[in-house]
Design a protein around this ligand. Structure first.
Ligand SMILES: [Zn+2]
Length: 251
C-alpha cells in the first residue's frame, strides 16, 4: 500500500533517523478538514481522526510509540524516553529508539533536529510567539550533542508571500535577537504591515546557535491549498503531522 502523501526531509541526518511531514492528501476527513487531518482539537469527527491516525501509524513499524503535544506557543521543552499523554510543550527531545516526537501544524514552522550520529533527535513547533519566547534556543541548549554536530531541517510553513504581521510582532521578533532580524521583514502592501519570513528567522537563530547544516522545504502552506492545511487561509481546517524518531543504534 502506498499510503497517504508525505514529505521526506532532504537533509544530512543519518539514515536511521526517520522524519516526515504529512500533507492533507490521503485521509478520510470531510470538508473543511479534507482529508488527512491528524488533530483532535479542531472540531473534526473523532471517527475520521482515529481512521487517519491508523493510516498514519500503518506507514511505520508497529513498535513505534507516539508522543503528541498540546501546543501552547511557549518555550518549554520536554525530554522523553517513552510516549505518554499529550504534553503541553512546544519542543520534544528523545534519545531513545522507536519514540516518535510529533508536532501538528497548519502554517507554523516545524523545526527538525538530529545529531549527526543519530543518537538524539528533536522537533520544535515554531510560530512567531514560540520563536520570540526562545523555543529554538531552549531545545538546542537541552540537546546533549554540541551544536556543530546537529543538523536541522525546516518543514513546510506559511511563507513570506503570505505571512502578514503588524508592527508589534515585527518589533518583538527583532528585539528577541538584538535587532539582527530586520531583514526577515519586508514592507507589505497593506499600510503598517510587514511580510514575515519564518524560515529566515529560524535559520538565523539556528546558525547563531552554531548549527551549520540547515536546509528547508521552502514551500508556503497558504499558497499550496492542494497539499497543505493553512490556518491563515482557511481558519477552520485540519493539521499536518510532523514527526521524527530514531530507528536504530547510533553510528
Ligand atoms: Zn504564500
Amino acid at each position: 500500500m502506498l499510503g497517504p502523501d508525505q514529505i521526506i526531509p532532504d537533509w544530512n541526518a543519518p539514515r536511521h533517523v526517520k522524519a516526515l511531514v504529512t500533507t492533507r492528501e490521503g485521509g478520510v476527513s470531510l470538508p473543511p478538514f479534507e482529508s488527512f487531518n491528524l488533530a483532535d482539537h479542531v472540531g473534526d469527527s473523532s471517527r475520521a481522526i482515529s481512521q487517519n491516525r491508523k493510516r498514519l501509524q500503518a506507514m511505520f513499524p508497529n513498535t513505534l510509540v507516539w508522543q503528541w503535544l498540546n501546543q501552547v506557543h511557549g518555550a518549554a521543552v520536554a525530554e522523553i524516553e517513552a510516549a505518554g499523554e499529550p504534553l503541553s510543550v512546544d519542543g520534544l527531545i528523545t534519545r531513545n529508539e522507536g519514540v516518535a516526537c510529533c508536532v501538528l501544524t497548519a502554517d507554523c514552522l516545524p523545526v527538525f533536529l538530529a545529531s549527526n550520529r543519530g543518537n538524539e533527535v528533536a522537533i520544535v513547533h515554531a510560530g512567531w510567539r514560540g520563536l520570540v519566547a526562545g523555543i529554538i534556543e531552549n531545545t538546542v541548549h537541552k540537546m546533549r550533542s554540541p551544536a556543530n554536530e546537529l543538523v536541522a531541517w525546516l518543514g513546510p510553513s506559511i511563507g513570506p508571500c503570505h505571512f502578514e504581521v503588524g508592527e508589534e510582532v515585527r518589533t518583538q521578533v527583532i528585539d528577541s535577537e538584538g535587532g539582527a532580524l530586520a531583514g526577515c521583514f519586508a514592507i507589505a502592501r497593506n499600510e503598517r504591515k510587514y511580510m514575515a519570513d519564518l524560515y529566515g528567522i529560524a535559520t538565523h537563530k539556528l546558525l547563531q546557535l552554531g548549527i551549520t547544516s540547515v536546509t528547508a522545504h521552502d514551500s508556503c502552506t497558504y499558497c499550496d491549498a492542494d497539499r497543505f492545511f493553512s490556518y491563515r487561509r482557511d481558519g477552520k481546517t485540519g493539521r499536518m503531522a510532523c514527526l521524527i524518531y530514531i530507528d536504530g543504534p547510533a553510528l
